[in-house]
Ligand binder design. Structure first.
Ligand code: SAM
Length: 351
């Protein structure tokens, strides 16, 4: 056990990094809601019908549980004191500007339900049809550099600054299978890696572990490559989770964070089968994604409301998806689910 002085120092350092970060993103959320309210009032809209969702006090209390768990993981030696690598103040302000600039257009898309702007003569047929939508109502969908630069602010605002903390919870089941092994001889694949924030956390824990990130978006892969350039033994490439450019039985672990709720049910099964194919025997699959109906009953109404504010065409089917059966059909065994605030970590093993 750590001596009280170093334990105190760790806790202070953790708070000094995380508290301003949470305040920054909660502040963005407050301004965003104020702006949205102003637009609604000017348009003479009536207040929306209230449904029973947890109040902010409850949300913040549950979020605090997640942060305490994150700190406990650090104190247990599962991963080092995390660094979020958000960049300089001027980087943060530039991303903040991008975030706020897109809000009026997002509002327009939400009202008009125009969600196919990225399906054009140039993109049609180059990516699957389900992918060519303005997910989250954001400009550029997954396809543009601006979208890739805006994404992390958008997600952290949605999660009140807890998105990276949530992603880090995937490191716990990885630690269970990696501890005591030579990290240089292991291989990990992260599918739908987006801008590479999870891979950054992974490399902080295992800097010499060879890791590959795959994503369907060229722009997000470019952003991830830029973000991850401080690390060695890492590569990020464009690819489709439905047909991974990876040898069978070659990966010790596969991870996928916040991707499955964006896939149609049929595609979820294809991607799962690919994960099972590329995993070695005794390999582990770790998914992090939204809570589902019944995981935290007080949150059910809030989860059902989510696709009203964010374009998430497959989220309602995700909420009821039976991942244990999908896994079993691919030869993977469900090990456990662990809730992490509004998300959960799902763990599966290939026997
Ligand atoms: C909500 S984002 C999650 C990104 C990242 N994992 C994170 O933690 O923020 C979903 C990502 O999945 C990617 N994606 C969606 N369908 C995909 C597919 N079939 N194959 C590979 N990537 C896909 C998108 O391009 C996007 O970057």
């Amino acid at each position: 056990m750590a001596d009280p002085v170093s334990q105190f120092a760790t806790r202070m350092a953790y708070g000094a990094r995380q508290v301003p970060r949470v305040a920054w993103y909660i502040g963005h959320g407050m301004v965003m809601r104020r702006l949205r309210q102003g637009v609604r009032e000017r348009a003479g809209e009536r207040p929306q019908t209230r449904v029973s969702v947890p109040d902010r006090g409850r949300l913040y209390a549950d979020m605090a549980v997640l942060f305490r768990q994150d700190l406990a993981n650090v104190e247990a030696g599962i991963y080092p004191l995390p660094v979020d690598h958000d960049g300089t103040l001027s980087d943060l302000l530039a991303r903040s500007r991008l975030f706020f600039e897109d809000l009026p257009t997002i509002h327009r898309r939400r009202e008009s339900r125009e969600i196919r702007e990225v399906l054009t003569g140039q993109t049609r047929g180059k990516r699957p049809n389900y992918y060519l939508q303005n997910f989250h109502f954001q400009s550029g969908g997954w396809l543009t550099q601006e979208s890739a630069q805006r994404y992390d602010t958008q997600v952290e605002v949605l999660f009140n600054g807890s998105a990276n903390v949530t992603r880090r919870q995937a490191l716990v089941p990885l630690y269970e299978i990696f501890a005591g092994r030579d990290q240089r001889r292991l291989k990990l694949l992260d599918v739908g890696c987006g801008t590479g924030r999870f891979l950054d956390s992974l490399k902080q824990a295992w800097p010499r572990l060879p890791a590959l990130g795959i994503d369907l978006s060229e722009a997000y892969v470019a952003e991830a490559t830029r973000h991850l350039k401080r690390w060695c033994w890492i590569n990020v490439v464009v690819g489709n989770g439905e047909a991974l450019p990876i040898e069978s039985e070659s990966e010790d672990a596969v991870t996928s964070i916040f991707m499955f709720h964006e896939l149609p049910p049929k595609v979820r099964r294809i991607v799962f089968r690919e994960f099972a194919r590329v995993l070695k025997r005794r390999g582990r699959l770790v998914l992090v994604d939204s809570l589902q109906i019944g995981d935290e009953p007080d949150y059910d109404a809030m989860l059902k409301l989510f696709p009203c504010s964010y374009h998430e065409p497959y989220y309602n089917s995700y909420l009821k998806e039976d991942f244990r059966t999908i896994a079993a059909d691919c030869g993977l065994t469900h090990i456990r689910d662990v809730n992490a605030f509004v998300s959960k970590v799902m763990v599966f093993d290939k026997r």
